[in-house]
Unconditional design. Sequence first.
Length: 298
Amino acid sequence: MSKAPVIAVVGSASMDLTCYADVLPQAGQTLYGNLFTTGFGGKGANQAVMAALAGADVYMVGSIGNDLFGKSLQENFRNQKINSEHVKISDLPTGVAHIWVDGQGQNRILIVPGANHDFDANHAADAIKSIPGLSIVIGQCEVPQSVTTAAFTVAKERGALTILNPAPYEDLSLELLAVTDWLIPNEVEFEEFIGKAPTSETLAQFRPGKNSIVTLGDKGAVLISTDGSLTSIATTKVQAVDSTGAGDCFIGSFSFSLGSGSDAQSAAEFACRIAAFSVTRKGAQSSYPSAAEISTLS
Ligand code: RIB
């Protein structure tokens, strides 16, 4: 049996407060919803949990509040066997995401970052320096970019692979891009990044010399190799109930698979299958397959 990859996720951990309704209200309108849930979220924590469920040895590097939500997130890390010694306890409240999901499973999310914005580059760099056997570092955009850049810089010095999911999209610094091995936006983030929709031409010219993947929701994903060649990755057709956290599910499972020695195409195919499964259930982390379910999807 191959050794589990050691993955560090530098990123957000939040509590998701989700309302489900057939139709979402317009400004000034009041409607009834069907269900309210409180669930574990934050793009960073979601990616960490998915990588751990798939079998990686995961370290979370982040910041949570000294409050009930923070305590609950810490307990979740313990339950998921994620090392949280580098999760700082901040004086700011734990981050929350207010999520609305409509009858088609599409969501709208409003994030209040709180503690997620209260950790600095030194904290992240020191954490990444100290993790034994590190193979991959994952980042997103729900924590300050200076933090992700510092973490990735140390990761590269250590010979680890860096994977950036630019979500939610913000302009990326040249410093961060220079230390990013894999850039994995969704189609909306791709368009925000280069100002053009993904087509075979725009995809082939994306980040010459570097690896990227653009995720395309129910159309799968496209893998962009360093020479600009494109490989379409098909996904399983499913009845979507809630797409929240599906992108994070892709990142966590892709990182696990790549870190376990799979080639990029096989890793992306695996990640598409796992992410498709996740949209058939409600919530972010609550929708991810268990280890037993993953073995049926592998
Ligand atoms: O990607 C989904 C996540 O985005 C949710 O869990 C929510 O916390 C927001 O950060």
